[in-house]
Design a protein around this ligand. Structure first.
Ligand code: GRF
Length: 207
């Protein structure tokens, strides 16, 4: 049984999608062993509690640097023996050493079609505001492996939706979450747990 640790920082709707997929037996045999939040009091922690999943809080604000936070997170994760880390609305940058330690064993969900509207500072509603400002006709979500470059890792899955007339950042975020993110992340986790993702440089092949 592959241990999955889900990293969160906010509302946890992507965590909830993983919890629901697990309850349907659709996580490819993986088990959500724990949730770790970089912020206190976020609703993702309540979702973990309601699902009976052990949750830990490692507040980013208590650490002076990404390096110090990354070491503390490594120490917290070690006894959990994670086979896969899933960033589900996790907003904390971890250092290069951490990313190398977990190379090709960390997945992130980003609410755009990478390489568009991504990178440092592009998260949450900011992404959808930028999409509307630019005037693109489609957007969507991407699951990718995490590397030291924010949103720059090899792409695993993507799904597009139309940008509709009258869309606001909030209506667009809702559509991307419901029609893209919450479907893609469990699918990608299940493929990983079934050992069906083959990574060669930037190219990810689904076996
Ligand atoms: C989502 O848009 C996700 O793509 C991004 O963070 C936002 C909040 O996610 N990474 P959640 O509701 O906390 O899962």
């Amino acid at each position: 049984m592959l241990n999955i640790v889900v990293l969160v920082s906010g509302g946890g709707t992507n965590l909830q999608a993983l919890i629901d997929a697990q309850s349907r037996g659709e996580l490819g045999g993986g088990r959500i062993a724990a949730v770790v939040s970089s912020r206190e009091g976020v609703y993702a922690l309540e979702r973990a509690r309601q699902a009976g999943i052990p949750a830990h809080v490692l507040p980013r604000k208590q650490y002076g640097s990404a390096e110090a936070y990354s070491r503390a997170l490594e120490d917290l994760l070690a006894p959990l023996n994670p086979g896969l880390l899933v960033y589900a609305g996790f907003l904390t940058i971890l250092d290069e050493a951490f990313c190398q330690k977990y190379e090709n064993r960390m997945l992130n969900i980003h609410p755009s079609l990478i390489p568009a509207f991504c990178g440092r500072g592009m998260y949450g509603l900011r992404v959808h505001e930028a999409v509307l400002r630019y005037g693109v006709k489609v957007t969507g979500a991407t699951v990718h492996f995490v590397t030291g470059e924010p949103d720059g890792g090899p792409i695993v899955l993507q799904k597009a939706v139309d940008v509709l007339p009258g869309d606001t950042p909030e209506s667009l975020q809702k559509r991307v979450m419901e029609q893209c993110e919450h479907l893609l992340l469990p699918q990608a986790v299940a493929l990983f747990c079934q050992n069906r993702l083959s990574v060669d440089g930037r190219k990810v092949t689904i076996l």
